[in-house]
Design a protein around this ligand. Sequence first.
Ligand code: GN1
Ligand code: MG
Length: 376
Amino acid sequence: MSHTQSTRDSTSAYLGEAAEHFGARDSGAEIRRLGAGNVNDTFLVASGPCRNKRFILQRINGRVFTMPEWIMQNLRVLTAHVSERLAGVLPAGRRWDMVRFFETEDCKEFWIDPAGGYWRAMSFIENAESFETIAGPDHAAEVGFAVGFFHALVSDLAPWTLKDTLEGFHITPLYLRRYRERQSGARRFAASAESAWCIDFIEKRTGLVTVLEDAKTDGRLPLRIIHGDPKVSNVMIDTETKRAVGIVDLDTVKPGLVHYDIGDGLRSCCNPLGEEARDPCEVRFEPELCRAFLRGYFSAAGGFLTEADREFIYDSIRLISFELGLRFFTDFLEGDVYFNVEEPEQNLRRALVQFRLVESIEAQARALRQVIGEAQ
Ligand code: GN1
Ligand code: MG
């Protein structure tokens, strides 16, 4: 049985009970899986006589997040900071919702199931939706705004006030090291043409993996607070105005380089076919979506970014796409122990998608540097 399946079985076994601990006690409560998260299991619970008491219920993946208490501690610091700051910085005519966390009936932040799973509940942002793939430039500009606005909101929060909830996250050289450790066992998988292509692809680019970490070490890029996972599907869009109204999935909010977020937001936004594209050969990085994302991003975050920050934007787009491909490929070699999968070889296909994106980014390097230079 795959890791994904055994986790899902354990999740289903305690789902109803978990909902009850957060107050959904009526027998008619509806619970449905929400989104396509690769790590945690997320559900929407609708309870009450008219099913209008809605909240998000989530089981944290304990293999990935080994310190769930730290996540909640960070979120308390973050929420307090944002609620104080929000009114002063929110542009006129916009709404912005921060997720609120609920306690169990006995006033705990988690309910821990008999198998050791950590469950928590949080508010559902009403009249908003999110999308797995980008709809077009207007959507990209809103995702860019959301990432920039998040950075602006936390730009005066000292990095040391938050714990590191996922050590090594986005430290590309560490992912390369882990990949290397797995390479000996990789031989049997490398039999396929796709795997051989990935191995070759990675080998040709090992020189680029330290670009952001070097800039961090020598002080060219400062440590700030980051979101960690600002992909398209984590930005909530108002169903009527189509404007971004919040950014969810806050478990990786921690100290880091804003470039991890900028690179991640762009690799997600500028790939219209999405991470799960069936045919990796069709994948392309779209400069016009990049332009739109950066317009939105700078409209919110332009104020605190330095020239040095700008200089590393191109590198960050290329690097974070490469890094995600490397993470997917390593997980494929390890037997899908980290990212949830629905079918065999899904992590291999996901890796191919990211690597094709890297190729497209590299082929358009000049044009992209120009788009970045023009953005403000
Ligand atoms: C994971 O679980 P999810 O889908 O929110 C991953 C991100 C990746 C993303 C790719 C903690 O996020 O880093 O960019 O998949 N999160 C973690 O879809 O590893
Ligand atoms: Mg996430």
